[in-house]
Design a binder for this molecule. Structure first.
Ligand SMILES: Nc1ncnc2c1ncn2[C@@H]1O[C@H](COP(=O)(O)OP(=O)(O)O)[C@@H](O)[C@H]1O
Ligand SMILES: O=P(O)(O)OC[C@H](O)CO
Length: 494
């Protein structure tokens, strides 16, 4: 048996898959839930201890027999989170996550010092958003000066796991492009932005490596702790969206990937740097050598989970309840900014339920509206992709939400594009495994990632959903209404 392993550190859990690359099957998976520190000022944090425990629990659950066969590992992780380590390798503070909105002031300070939003876009290809890493670093400097003075390593969540396995301090272009310290167009750190935060910052940043290169090799300590072979390569890895692109085959132009997890994301591959930050498309790099324009909302399954908890339903009941309501939820709309929002940029945003009348106010309509709104929130990205010249023939859907047949149909109808679901679950972890395989194969000759994806990514046709004209028309109107409400509410939260 010949295998590679992929790790995905999501917001809600860490997952590990062992992939038999000859049989093209995932032979074993393990997961460990992640806790979240959540405060009313927008703080969303986790700790390195929870990441350490995740590795121990996941590898502890996998069988020794399978672990022995692993030839390479690739790691995917939630983007943007700031892991601040001191010289002793210990965390100096909690990890502020991608969904932390407590850094509004720091974003303003950096943007003003850079010369305004246009100047920031010129330097980075992106706006300075609360979710990104740069304002989190300035936050540490302003709020925890002692910790900041000891700062030695600046890592993203997946870099931290790379480092746990190899002891090497490196970063690849995909995740680096989400730090807001990185000039995506020219693929290098932005001296201008780094120096605004602190003159010592550039000197602390890790070495950038190519995505086909290894981050390092599993060292003896990790091999012993997790029961995995010593010396096997750990590939560069990447942000979970970058690795989701690998795990769905979005490494060439022609289709988009949409992820419905805690966040909602929509992204496509490009071999040249393109972005449209004004319309929500960040200019990120892919973890395969190109670029990955990407829209991210902070409230996807956050919206359905809120409604599920409100009405005390399990996932099955949530889907059953939503199915009782017709397409368009009889005019009920959920504006899903429960955690504040990043697209549109409303870190202090709040959610609302609107369109209620005495005739349509019921559980089923509110439940279905939460499914619909999470997709409305991403539809603007599709229009922006089309303006950039993308002609997506299909959307490959991943994330926990893609398990729901109802949500898949809603996605097809709201986007008016066929929805296809990969055969193998856990696209980001699988993407890690495939990038690991790419790295392994590159050791004995040149290997093309798009060929590898073609060979390993298959679709589950039984989960396809095609747009239904009648529903598309209903959603076109509902989406117009959604945009009107968002536009009306936005000034309240600015
Ligand atoms: N059948 C389903 N219907 C609706 N939502 C689902 C279904 N299955 C899973 N989910 C949602 O998916 C979420 C997990 O998604 P996942 O992509 O694993 O999250 P993350 O990567 O952000 O940790 C769950 O919290 C749940 O809300
Ligand atoms: O936890 P997820 O899977 O929603 O991922 C968070 C993303 O990386 C945000 O860009």
């Amino acid at each position: 048996m010949k295998t590679v392993a992929g790790i995905d550190l999501g917001t809600q859990s860490m997952k590990v898959v062992i992939y038999d690359y000859e049989k093209k099957e995932i032979i074993e998976t393990a997961s460990c839930p992640m806790e979240l520190i959540s405060e009313s000022d927008g703080t969303r944090e986790q700790t390195t201890e929870w990441f350490d425990k995740g590795l121990e629990v996941c590898f502890g659950k996998l069988s020794d027999e399978n672990k022995k066969t692993i030839e390479a590992i690739g790691i995917s992780g939630q983007q943007h989170g700031f892991v601040p380590l001191g010289a002793d390798g210990k965390a100096l503070y909690n990890i502020k996550l991608w969904c932390d909105t407590s850094t509004v002031e720091e974003c303003k300070i950096i943007t003003d010092a850079a010369g305004g939003e246009e100047a920031v876009i010129n330097a980075l290809g992106n706006l300075m958003l609360t979710g990104f890493t740069a304002p989190k670093i300035l936050w540490l400097k302003r709020n925890k000066p002692e910790a900041f003075s000891k700062l030695k390593y600046i890592m993203l969540p997946h870099d931290y796991l790379n480092w746990k396995l190899t002891g090497d301090y490196v970063m690849e272009y995909g995740d680096a492009s989400g730090t807001a310290l990185f000039d995506s167009k020219n693929r290098k750190w932005s001296e201008k932005i780094c120096n605004i935060i602190d003159p010592k910052l550039l000197g602390l940043l890790p070495k950038l490596i190519e995505p086909s290169a290894p981050a390092g090799k599993v060292n003896e300590e990790a091999a012993k702790a997790y029961g995995i072979p010593v010396g096997i390569p750990v590939s560069a890895g990447g942000g979970d969206n970058m690795m989701g692109a690998v795990g769905t085959g979005t490494v060439v132009d022609g289709f988009l990937t949409m992820s419905m997890g805690t966040s909602g994301t929509l992204y496509g591959y490009s071999d040249k740097p393109i972005a449209d930050p004004a319309n929500g498309l960040s200019g990120f790099c892919s973890s395969t050598g190109g670029w990955l324009p990407l829209l991210c909302t902070m409230n996807c399954t956050v919206a359905t989970e809120f409604v599920r908890n409100l009405f005390q339903m399990d996932i099955k009941q949530l889907n059953e309840e939503a199915s009782k309501s017709p397409c368009g939820s009889e005019g009920v709309l959920v504006i899903p900014f429960f955690n504040g929002e990043r697209t549109p940029n409303l870190p202090n945003g709040r959610a609302s339920i609107t369109g209620l009348t005495s005739a349509n106010t019921n559980r089923a309509n509110i439940t279905r509206a939460s499914f619909e709104s999470a997709v409305f929130a991403m539809r603007g990205g599709l229009d922006a992709f089309r303006k950039l010249g993308f002609q997506p023939k299909e959307i490959r859907l991943i994330g926990g939400g893609s398990k729901s047949p109802l949500w898949r149909q809603i996605a097809a109808d709201v986007m008016n594009v066929p929805i296809r679901v990969p055969l193998l679950d856990e696209a980001a972890a699988l993407g890690g495994a495939i990038q690991g395989l790419w790295c392994l194969k590159n050791q004995s000759g040149k290997c093309d990632i798009s060929e590898l994806c073609k060979e390993h990514i298959k679709l589950d046709e039984s989960k396809s959903a095609n747009p239904i004209a009648e529903n598309v028309a209903i959603y076109d109107k509902a989406y117009e209404e959604y945009c009107k409400v968002v536009k009306t509410l936005s000034p309240l939260y600015a």
